[in-house]
Ligand binder design. Sequence first.
Ligand code: COI
Length: 369
Amino acid sequence: MNQSTIPQKSKNQDSSPIKIEHQTESRIQSVDLDNPGFGNVFADHMLNITYKNNQWQQPLIEPFRELSLSPATATIHYGQTVFEGMKAFRGQNGEVKIFRLHDHLNRLNNSCSRMCIPQLDTELLSRALKKLITIDRKWVPEKYGNALYIRPIIFATDASLGVKPAKTYQLLVITSPVGAYYDEGFDPVNLTTTDEYIRATEGGSGYVKTACNYGPTLLPAQKAKEKGFTQILWLDAHEHKYIEEVGTMNIFFKIDGELHTPPLDGSILGGITRDSVIRLASQWDIPVHQRRITINEIFEADHNNKLEEIFGTGTAAVISPVGSIHHNGKTIVTDREQIGPFAQKLYETITGIQYSTLEDTNQWMSSID
Ligand code: COI
């Protein structure tokens, strides 16, 4: 069935504060859950919560459908919107769990604060979200490495051209079975710096999951792709000297047995996978330094044979080995196009926890039932 078709709805049969309208005809037969790509197909239902009269309204789970919006909708003009990205995994015994659900919902509220969007009741949202995943449980892929990506988005719905915080909002949670984010899969990605563009600066919104951190990066990313690079490694806005992040992931360097990653100083996203890596490394007694790192010192560490591994981290990217970094006409090639042993261990540990083959000693997984 076409995803844009507005399906028939059945009556609400649930007495909980979450209203439910079931999809009558599932589209799942037309989807290859073993090879879903990333973010192109969507499960049968979505969660919909509106904000009006100064409060968030009753959550509604309804069939995935297209929206009808006024051309004056504030978000389309001025970008008052935030989003999140998290994943649900199917464990060996069929159980479905969400990775670091509460951390993602807290980060969503932090993003709301920066974007003048009213705070959410994360407990109610967590319950509604688990209900959504329960209803679309069969959409959670079985294949190791695949997951159901959960994308909450909140946007201003006032039909008004004034540049001001809106009075009405819509929160939607859509879900999508996904495989690897990058075309490279788990193979190393190739990064380049740019001195022509910047991503974010202190006092801006670089630490927030909001649309305006992504749209302006499309042109530089396109130019980088034309030159054969996967993504841009962003440098600081003032001196083009300090490493920030990749836009779709945070970045780590393993130098002489220790981990180094840029600090959360307002211009980079506080990644949940970044935090997971820092915690695991600390638990394994690997020193972790969250500090300003110049691009030149990475080249120097490479020159001195101290640079062991480079990898990115993110919900979509998981642990992505970096094969090379290009900067000012010079290139570092790491790992001889292979994933490094530390990145491999992190990947196996994080995915082991996510797919319940390893013990969840940090209590990162939330069961949906
Ligand atoms: C994520 O890792 O979930 C992201 O939001 C990054 C990207 C897909 C926008």
